[in-house]
Design a protein around this ligand. Sequence first.
Ligand code: DSN
Length: 439
Amino acid sequence: MSTTPSWVPEWEDLAAADPEIAEIADREAARLAAGLQLIASENHASPAVRAALASPLSMKYAEGFVGQRFYPGCEHVDRAEELAVQRARNLFGAEHANVQSHSGTSANLAVYAAFAKPDDPVMALSLAHGGHLTHGARISFSGAWFTPVPYEVDQASERIDYEAVREIARIHAPRIIVCGGTSYPRNIDYQVFREIADEIEAILWVDAAHIMGLVAGGAVPDPVPFADVVTTTTHKTLRGPRGGMILCRNEHARAIDRAVFPFSQSGPAMHAIAAKAVALREASLPAFTDYARGMVENAQALAEALAGHGARIVTGGTDTHMVVADLQPLGVDGARAEELCASAGIYLNKSAIPFDPLPPRAPSGIRVGTAALTTQGFGPADMAEVAGLIARACRGEDPGRIAADVAGLVARYPAFPAGHAEPGGRDRGSRIRRGGSSA
Ligand code: DSN
């Protein structure tokens, strides 16, 4: 398609119709561009992903699956979903893919629905040790409707204690064993989890929400060959649109599909599915391998640099895009650090550390991730500067001075560069940017 089709929205369409929302979007773009985006679950999706999100595919109702819809006129959205499914299966070597989940939590809800009945025991890494809310926290459906069987990390190594996992599994015989988390920076031994699950005939579910982009790029071990089911978000290291996705073995395909629709969702977001297809294509290109490796190298360099400023790195390092740092040696808690950093344009989040002596609202640690900075082009050599800025903020230095230095640093790696190079693709001007970010 050489000319811009008439259905592509113009920035002016929004700016004229709703200047308040246009200004909010513009300010958010400026915030993204002016700061250091270190929240481990965030990333910058490519212009192609964002264009798919703004496409007319958003307007189609398509309950059901490819070729089996409850509405007419699905021939084009069917093709988009077919491509997303094929690309997911090819990229991850999965027997079956369901790309309809609206989020990681929706995907996780579907896995519970597919494999467990109310009150069934479900075993997962505890929230306090790096698990996710949907892994059995009492305040989520997962802990309210099922019986959580938490396991923890070993106190000395802060890594999963596989022998304890085996023992707890034997005692409680959970229906499902979950591995993966939101604040666990190390690789997981999926083979050991597979053996434990087989021994007690449990379903092995890997929640790979954070790491699936690293898996796509071959930077961390692949859970797919070991798991009955893998869930992921599509917007973290995978760098796609907000959303979720489920990969599973063929034997579970029907149960998973029915658990997504009609059990827990109705109309799929076809524009998001198309954008997932775009992201999956981008993640299959050779450049994504470098990107995935870059995220890990950056995280390792950042961990080392933070340690140089006195932070204690949980587990002593990282295998992923994520670093969890205990700030007790710096005399600041995670909540205060989050606040101090944000006021200087450095966005990271507070995090509990394993066996945290402090309460969850003001825990001992922070979690940082390198997905967004790596997308912008930051490399390991820049991480000393990033760590230095975090350390200055944590020491309570004037946020205005730090923000000026942050601005100088991000100017070298713009979040919305002119002639934005799509990951692994050709250069193009961004229509979205054309409306004028004030950054
Ligand atoms: N909020 C996501 C994260 O930050 O890891 C998980 O839901």
